[in-house]
Ligand binder design. Structure first.
Ligand SMILES: [Zn+2]
Length: 402
């Protein structure tokens, strides 16, 4: 048994002081250090620097490890030109090596991320994701709007997902990702959803990321019209917006971005039991706009997206960006909400038994040390987001990695 003590612990949305946590691979008991030492006299005591806070390990629900290199290759500022630059540089952007992806995992780990959802487009991140200390929900992606090669694209997906399923464990959970409504043929969408249902796998899809996507899916015009005509000789979208959303009606799905969804559409997603990932820095860099998080009733996570549309996978930095982006929401209320968007809520979204400091939960925890003594417990969420950058200690399944 181990005992971790710190000045503060984040428990059920509040910061409590004078408590400690007894844990092995799971959190067993939360009480004062003295009581825990009586209960477990042989426990190893882990102390922390003054002004430290124990949080549940942070969770990043959406990242693309395979696109971790070539930071100065892509064109930022507007979505369709960015997508064009990704496609024009496919050979460069899809040749990311293991050490670059391991660095990306390490950056996440040192910022306190103990679990992440990796979108795998090619399967080249499989070794890294099965070997990284974090828990990984591994979303095998299906993509391809060309009706002539539906079978080829499905075979590629099936080969990758079947291989990934061989590695299933408490630390590696295979799942399914549909790339998006504009890029995935309706037959592939249906087949991928069926596969997820039959195998009881989690499902994710990018949705309504940019204004151009909305225009293309609803009116078959705009920037995407020229893009598809030029690259694929196509003049009609692969799906209409509502047909696409409806295809996911009876399987709760983690939709990514949804920046351009209307209030009614956001309500519809919530009513169907879906969840949403909010990636503020990616949305800013690709000129997609601001997700009205004040209108989101569905479970909401904050995620970094990949390094192809971000400069860092540091999750605390992502919260800082969200804090600035949503300038109309009261500061302290938003800070607490954002902490929950990387702990309890994403744990629920990804079906992981972590994300909370509570007896019986997995001992996935990170320690964040504030630069000074907080004058009020109510301010700690804000101070954490404003003044910290790295975790002082990180535990996954009770084992210490930082
Ligand atoms: Zn993405």
């Amino acid at each position: 048994m181990n005992i971790l003590e710190a000045d503060y612990i984040y428990i059920e949305g509040e910061y409590v002081s004078h408590k400690a946590i007894a844990f092995d691979n799971k959190i067993r008991t939360i009480d004062t250090k003295e009581k825990l030492l009586e209960l477990y006299p042989n426990a190893i005591l882990h102390s922390t620097p003054p002004n430290s806070v124990i949080y549940p390990g942070f969770i990043n629900t959406h990242v693309h490890l395979e696109f971790s290199s070539n930071q100065t290759t892509l064109s930022y500022g507007s979505f369709v030109p960015w997508l064009g630059s990704v496609m024009a540089n496919t050979s460069k952007t899809s040749s990311c090596d293991d050490s670059t992806m391991q660095e990306a995992c390490k950056e996440m780990l040192t910022s306190g991320i103990t679990a992440f959802g990796a979108i795998s487009s090619h399967g080249i991140d499989l070794d890294v994701c099965t070997q990284t200390p974090q828990r990984v929900v591994y979303f095998n992606e299906i993509v391809g709007s060309n009706s002539n090669i539906v079978d080829i694209n499905y075979d590629s997906f099936e080969r990758r997902i079947k291989l990934s399923q061989k590695y299933t464990s408490d630390f590696f959970i295979p799942a399914v990702a549909v790339h998006s409504a504009y890029s995935t043929h309706e037959i592939l969408v249906k087949k991928a959803i069926s596969y997820a249902k039959e195998n009881q796998l989690l499902l994710s899809a990018h949705l309504l990321e940019s204004h151009s996507e909305r225009e293309w899916l609803t009116t078959a015009s705009g920037e995407f019209y020229n893009f598809y005509k030029k690259f694929l000789g196509v003049e009609k979208p692969a799906n209409t917006l509502y047909e696409f959303i409806k295809a996911f009606d009876d399987i709760p799905t983690h939709f990514i971005h949804c920046v351009q969804a209307t209030k009614e559409e956001l309500d519809m997603l919530a009513a169907k039991g879906h969840s949403i990932a909010h990636c503020p820095r990616s949305n800013r860099m690709l000129g997609c706009g601001r997700l009205s998080i004040e209108n989101v009733k569905a479970p909401l996570s904050v995620a970094t997206d990949g390094l192809s549309s971000n400069w860092s996978l540091n999750i605390i930095g992502e919260l800082r960006a969200a804090l600035m982006m949503h300038y109309d929401i009261p500061l302290h209320e938003l800070s607490l909400q954002l902490i929950n968007c990387i702990t309890s809520v994403p744990a629920e979204i990804l079906g992981l038994n972590c994300g909370m400091i509570a007896s019986g939960r997995l001992a996935d925890m990170c320690v964040i040390t504030l630069p000074d003594k907080p004058t009020s417990l109510k301010e700690i969420a804000l101070w954490t987001i404003l003044h910290t950058h790295k975790a002082t200690k990180v535990y996954i399944g009770g084992k210490q990695y930082v």
